[in-house]
Structure formats: C-alpha cells, structure tokens
Design a protein around this ligand. Structure first.
Ligand code: C2E
Ligand code: MG
Ligand code: MG
Length: 391
C-alpha cells in the first residue's frame, strides 16, 4: 500500500532517473532538487518547495523518470497515486489531454536531445489522435461557417386536432467536404464547448428569419412559426434576445413567428433562463423546453420557468405502444402541460399508431418522420405537405 505521508532526511533520494513511476508527490515542507545528467555533466533542472508537485510528469504519461529527485533538507511529502491522476485525465476534455500529452512528448524529446540521446519519434496515442481530430473538426467548422457550408433543414410540426402544419423546427446541417454529413448532435456539442456556438447560432437565427419571410411570401395562412434551438452557452452570451428581436423586426416578421427551444441541461441557470424567458415574452417570442424527460430532466424546470411549450423527448414516443409505462408518462406530460398552461409537442412520431395514440390523449402537436423528415426550404416550398400522409 502507498504510504499516506513520506518523510525524507536531507540528501535522501525520492526517485531516480529511469525508474518506473507509480506516484507523484505534493511537497508539504522542505525542498527537493531535481537533477539529470547531460553529456556526463550533472545539471540542476529545478528546486521545488512547499505546495509544489514533483514527479507528476512521469505519472501523467506513464514513462520512466527523466530525472533524479533528492531532498535538500528534511522534507514531508504526500504521495499522489497514479490512479488519482489517471482517472481525472480520462475524464478530461480530449483536446486538453492531447495538448498535455503532446507537450510532454516534446519536453522529453528536448531533454533527450540535450542529454545527447536519440529519441525515437513517438506515434500518436489514441487519446492524442482523438484530441487532434476534434481540433481539426473545430477548425473545419470555423471554415464551414465562413464559407457558407452550413445549412438549415426544416422539420414540420403537426397541429394534431386541426390536421395541418403549425410550424417547423430549424435543424442545422453540415455537409463536410470529406466526411459527408456530420450529425448535428456531434458538431453542435463541439461548437458548444467553445464560443463557436455563438456565430453558428447567429447564422441559424438569420437563416430561420429568411425562411419565415419566404414561407410567408409563399402564402401560408396562417403563417407557420419556425423554432430554433438555443443552447445554454448561447443563452449566457449577453444581448442574445435583443439581437433576435432586432433581426425579426428588420425582416418585418411578426414577433410570434420565431420560437426558441431550450434543451434541458444540467447547466441550465434558472436566474438566467427566467430572465431570458421573460424578455422573450415581453417581445412576443415563445419558448419551448426541448427533450423533456431526458438527461437532467427536472420538474423544477417547469415549476420555476414559464415555458410556453414542452417537447416530450422521442424516447417516450418510441416505446409508448409497447410499454404501458412510457404511455403513462406521455399521458401525464399532456396533463402536466395542460395544468401549467403549456402546449405539448411529442417528438419522434414515426407511425400512424403512435399518432392515433396522441390524438386519443388530446396532445396538441406531433413531430417526427411520419409528419415529415427535415427538409431544405427549397424542398419544402416545392412540395406542399399532404395531410393524407398521416391518416
Ligand atoms: P432536437 O432539437 O431534439 O431535434 C430533434 C432531433 O430529432 C433532430 O435531430 C431530428 O432530425 C430528429 N428527429 C426528428 N424526428 C425524428 C423521428 O421521428 N425519429 C428519429 N429517430 N429522429 C427524429 P438532429 O437534426 O440530428 O439534431 C440533434 C440535436 O442537435 C437537436 O435535437 C438539437 O438539440 C441540436 N441542434 C440541431 N440544430 C441545432 C441548432 O441550430 N442549434 C443548436 N444549439 N442545437 C441544434
Ligand atoms: Mg429542438
Ligand atoms: Mg428535441
């Protein structure tokens, strides 16, 4: 078992160059010098004191120690087990992990060169490859945005009792020049990790406004709404709603023609979300809670935030005909929506039987492949929706 605390007398060696690492150390008191040999000469690399880590490098990349550490005076250290660090590294962002691994390799290579040793060029590790592929994808997404490679698809929402299309959800699409179509879930999540989601979101809002204007010009009556997805990171960006309102007004659209969908997420900041929803309501913009019932699903979202619409996640509609429990949950969501004054949309409706069940439950809106797959605006305008497709 690893000792909980290590005491070293002055001059004692903590670890030697070439040894396999099992532990890093946090220095509590005393000083440790780290030395290596370069072309037969002894070279001091660093002197480390209380509050500093020593020996963590070899633990991170599990390579042999590149230097020898020795106590300069009486020292107390806490050993930090390799697994303690490995667990955190495994859980960390792959881009950060790959940057760290790359830096360590370069440091070791430079040290080996100074020592006159040959170091074989290392192949990329799987985690470095993953990190680099994400860095590349992010750079390509920036390029895609600048070069207009992103597009919007529009998926219809059926007004179940009226049997007509009430509006569309705008879904962003990216046709990658080499990889082909990349799923929105993959690249939106990547864009959300950085502020790249902000320009992606602006592109989506602008394009959705253009689409509403085209749908209105095509004579749809009443004019359908277009709902756009907004992520938590976009919400945190100041001035989001003001910019949306300015765009809607500049395009001369009725305010209610654009809706927002906010996905439930662990990071939903109630204060921020409540402020944004209130601002939206003041400007006549309705707000939906997306993917209800999944992830960090939480009734507090409904209790503390006045969403106009609740979108029940597709996992429930997929199972509702086979699972009485899933059916009971969809039914309860319909009642819940009624009780809190919110419209209910059930997502993922793929069969007539599922739609019939929604009708029976008194659900107002349905979305899914049965009603229509996401389509480009041109396809949508060219082929009007056929009510016979759902009966
Ligand atoms: P979402 O907002 O819940 O969108 C619905 C997703 O379900 C879409 O996937 C849609 O194509 C898919 N879908 C619709 N009907 C059916 C069905 O009957 N069966 C099945 N199996 N799937 C169906 P998509 O387009 O891949 O989008 C995935 C997620 O990415 C979206 O989930 C949304 O959270 C996010 N997203 C998409 N576009 C945007 C965007 O412009 N901005 C932001 N922030 N997020 C977006
Ligand atoms: Mg959505
Ligand atoms: Mg959804």
């Amino acid at each position: 078992m690893t000792k909980l605390r290590i005491q070293l007398a002055r001059g004692e060696v903590l670890f030697r160059e070439g040894e396999d690492p099992g532990t890093a150390f946090l220095i509590e008191s005393g000083e440790i010098e780290v030395r290596t040999r370069q072309r037969g000469r002894d070279v001091l690399l660093s002197v480390l004191g209380p509050g500093e880590l020593v020996g963590e490098m070899a633990v991170i990349d599990e390579s042999p120690r590149t230097a020898t550490a020795r106590a300069l005076d009486d020292c107390v250290l806490f050993p930090i087990d390799r697994h303690q660090i490995a667990e955190r590294l495994a859980a960390t962002d792959p881009i950060i992990r790959s940057l760290l691994e790359g830096q360590l390799k370069r440091y070791r290579g430079a040290l080996a060169a100074l020592q006159g040793k040959q170091s074989a060029p290392d192949a990329l590790s799987p985690s470095e490859r993953l990190g680099i592929s994400r860095i590349r994808l992010e750079a390509q997404l920036r390029e895609a945005l600048a070069e207009g490679q992103l597009e919007l698809s529009f998926q219809p929402l059926l007004d179940v009792p009226l049997g007509r299309i009430a509006g569309y959800e705008a879904l962003v699409r990216w046709e990658h020049p080499e990889r082909g179509p990349i799923s929105a879930a993959e690249f939106v999540a990547l864009a959300e990790e950085t502020s790249l989601i902000v320009p992606v979101g602006e592109y989506v809002i602008d394009t959705a406004c253009e689409a509403i204007a085209r749908l209105m010009a095509a004579g749809a009556d009443p004019a359908p709404f277009v709902a756009v997805n907004v992520s938590a990171r976009q919400m945190a960006h100041p001035g989001l709603i003001e910019r949306i309102v300015a765009r809607v007004d500049a395009a001369g659209l009725p305010r209610g023609s654009l809706k927002l969908e906010i996905t439930e997420s662990g990071v939903l900041d109630y204060g921020l979300a409540a402020g944004l929803i209130e601002l939206c309501h003041r400007h006549g913009i309705r707000v939906a809670l997306d993917d209800f019932g999944t992830g960090y699903s939480n009734l507090c979202h409904l209790h503390r935030l006045s969403f106009d619409t609740i979108k029940v996640d597709q996992s429930f509609s997929h199972d509702m005909l086979d699972s009485p429990r899933a059916m009971a949950i969809v039914e309860s969501a319909v009642h819940l929506g009624r009780a809190v004054g919110a419209e209910i949309v059930v997502e993922g409706i793929e069969t007539r039987e599922q739609l019939r069940a929604l009708r029976r439950l008194g659900c107002r809106y349905a979305q899914g492949y049965l009603v229509g797959r996401p389509q480009s605006l041109a396809q949508l305008l060219a082929s009007p929706w056929d009510p016979a497709s759902v009966v």
